[in-house]
Ligand binder design. Structure first.
Ligand SMILES: NC(=O)c1ccc[n+]([C@@H]2O[C@H](COP(=O)([O-])OP(=O)(O)OC[C@H]3O[C@@H](n4cnc5c(N)ncnc54)[C@H](O)[C@@H]3O)[C@@H](O)[C@H]2O)c1
Length: 341
């Protein structure tokens, strides 16, 4: 099936980024937002074909791209799936595991695709690092460190409601949870701590999590909304039995390796806008191409780990992820795939 019309639901911050990416891919972009002003702006400023309600949008397009607040992903995605449309959904796949399971089951039943937009896998340095690890260039991954830090978001209040956004862990850290799992495989235990500021915000602004992977590797994750007034930054450091990859958005060169030039062994670093790159891969899959590098099952697994981290931060105890809560195998390189250099 050729995809020629994509409908974006939610015309806010990330919806506008998706619209720009979809335009680059040459598809006709339709849109719906439950705020009329957001619809008019998307039509006037971006030339999006806007619709007065969700049903009309779904009717008009081949694929629905859900970019609404996290707690509303499931309802919009289910409406599209039940109408026989393939769906692209922003991360997290849903606010709860029950919703995530319902989405996966509904898509399977309807025979349509369900893709989750974990965009970090499409950032050039992150993709190069994963390719280098998969090629065995650092040997067996042992210790991973990932950080993602910025100021407090301030859009319409919903980020500030943990019941809606899943807070700093479910909204921000989940990017690196997914990436750590892509590098080192499934996670069996999570321990997390958070800091909560005094004031009206009911959640944490800073979070730390320690993930234990089934392979024995450990990941240290830090996510923060406490970097007030400073620029957004991310970083990673992956240490393995035979080498190390080290990246930060505010260091030069961005990606450092030991031994030198190890990352490029994984393939060329393509400098494409990561949002356009993920949308290209999802649309190609819907048109019959290869399975994308991130699946809905990966999105479900990242959500399970994030919710376990939230629970650990609440209780102060580590949370084990039993096989029943983590039923989908990771796509990290298996030991057989890891080649010694
Ligand atoms: N991948 C990334 O890098 C990235 C970045 C930012 C946000 N996100 C994710 O994208 C989602 C949206 O975040 P955002 O920053 O764009 O939020 P936002 O508040 O800027 O925009 C959300 C838009 O959705 C609209 N909306 C709300 N409920 C709706 C409904 N039921 N139907 C239709 N429209 C509705 C709002 O009016 C608003 O215009 C969240 O799940 C967030 O976690 C991902």
């Amino acid at each position: 099936m050729k995809v020629s019309r994509v409908g974006v639901v939610g015309l806010g911050g990330i919806g506008r980024v998706h619209i720009a990416g979809l335009r680059r891919l040459g598809v006709q972009v339709h849109g719906y937002d439950d705020i009329p002003d957001a619809r008019s702006k998307a039509n006037e400023e971006l030339g999006v074909v806007v619709h007065p309600d969700l049903a009309s949008l779904i009717d008009a397009v081949d694929v629905v791209d859900v970019c609404t607040p996290t707690d509303t992903h499931a309802a919009a995605a289910l409406a599209a799936i039940r109408a026989g449309r393939s769906v692209i959904c922003e991360k997290p796949l849903a606010r709860t595991l029950g919703e995530a399971d319902a989405l996966i089951a509904a898509a399977d039943e309807a025979g349509v695709a369900l893709h989750v937009a974990h965009v970090v896998r499409f950032f050039p340095e992150y993709a190069a690092a994963r390719a280098a690890v998969a090629a065995g260039r650092i040997g067996q991954p042992g210790v991973l460190r990932l950080t993602r830090e910025g100021g407090m978001p301030n859009p319409n209040g919903w980020y500030h409601d943990v019941a809606r956004s899943a807070g700093i862990i479910g909204d921000v850290m989940i990017h690196d949870i997914d990436f750590a799992r892509w590098i080192a495989g499934d996670v069996v235990r999570v321990y997390a701590r958070t800091l909560r500021p005094a004031g009206p915000y009911n959640g944490a602004t800073h979070a730390y999590a320690l993930l234990t992977h089934a392979s024995g590797a450990i990941s240290h994750l830090t996510a923060s909304w406490a970097r007030t007034g400073a620029s957004f930054r991310t970083s990673f450091e992956f240490s393995g039995s035979q080498g190390m990859l080290d990246y930060a958005t505010d260091q030069r060169p961005l990606l450092r390796t030991a031994p030198p030039d190890l990352a490029h062994a994984g393939g060329p670093m393509l400098d494409e806008d990561p949002w356009a790159a993920e949308l290209r891969e999802f649309l190609a899959a819907i048109e019959g191409g290869p399975t994308p590098r991130v699946t809905a099952h990966d999105g479900r697994a990242a959500l399970a780990i994030a919710l376990a981290a939230l629970e650990s931060a609440e209780t102060g105890r580590a949370v084990d992820l039993p096989p029943a809560a983590n039923p989908f195998p990771g796509s990290a390189p298996s030991p057989a795939e890891v080649v010694s250099v």
